[in-house]
Ligand binder design. Structure first.
Ligand code: ZN
Length: 267
């Protein structure tokens, strides 16, 4: 693998700013992208000067999802049953999203443009989501025969009924609807997204770090007590039942690459 940088990391006072920067692929997530993103989140988590972490994206879209064209680089044999893929996704998809969700500092995602499938696994683990008016969210993975992406936050983020519609149709919900449903904290103009998010991050950074940590943990533990993590682990297994089904029926699943291509055409 090359030393190309797909993730930028900067410090703005007590705020760490992580930027998705694989613009030519619309921030599709291949193994080096995810490894660098995880490294950046951990760097922000461990830096004692950092009190709040912001995640944002360069380019016209936040993220087109997982880049499954890079299967070969995941280091497992696709012909060796489900074992290798299951273990890889458990660590690199479900595991990373869970790790970011539990960083003991507030995390804010600034989302613009399209945020598709695996893209949700970058913003959902963050504590707050600020969306610009042009933001669009979807999880069209049912078209691959699979019950949504690896990190099943859908039911909590959208509510049960809307989560079903979201999964059944694969259609986009826009920033206003995401806000109405409680998935997004604030909707701002596209040109104000970065400044608004940074301003809020700096405001939060004034609070006592331990109080922020405990406040975050209070909500996350409540979700876990409600069964969120147990459900996510169970749905992850169902997700792999879907992968197996898809491979048997279609000899492979290939929506992510298609999504990147169609998004490139759309700009
Ligand atoms: Zn998967």
């Amino acid at each position: 693998m090359s030393d190309e940088q797909f993730i930028l990391y900067e410090r703005d006072g007590s705020v760490a700013v992580i930027t998705l920067d694989r613009v030519d692929a619309r921030n599709a997530q291949h193994p080096p992208f995810l490894a660098q993103l995880d490294e950046a989140f951990m760097r922000g988590a461990q830096d004692e000067e950092v009190r709040v972490i912001v995640l944002k994206a360069n380019g016209p879209h936040f993220s087109s999802g997982h880049d499954i064209r890079y299967r070969g680089e995941r280091g497992f044999d696709m012909n060796n049953g489900v074992a290798g893929m299951y273990a890889w996704e458990k660590e690199n998809y479900l595991g990373m999203s869970r790790r970011w969700r539990d960083i003991p500092k507030p995390t804010l995602a600034a989302v613009h443009g399209k945020c598709i499938a695996g893209g949700l696994m970058l913003c959902w683990p963050c504590d707050l989501i600020i969306a610009s008016e042009d933001a669009l969210f979807s999880d069209p993975v049912a078209r691959m025969g699979i019950a949504g992406v690896e990190f099943h936050a859908h039911t909590w983020e959208l509510g049960a009924r809307k989560a079903k519609e979201f999964l059944f149709t694969g259609q986009f919900i826009d920033a206003r609807e995401a806000h109405r449903l409680g998935m997004v904290n604030r909707v701002v103009a596209r040109e104000e997204l970065e400044s608004h998010t940074l301003e809020l991050a700096h405001e939060i950074a004034q609070m006592d770090p331990f109080a922020l940590y405990m406040s975050k943990q209070a909500v996350n533990r409540t979700l876990d007590t409600q069964g969120q993590w147990t459900a996510m682990e169970a749905v992850f297994d169902m997700h792999h039942l879907g992968h197996s089904h898809s491979r048997l029926v279609n000899e492979g699943d290939a929506i992510s690459g298609m999504t990147v291509e169609s998004m490139k055409k759309a700009g």
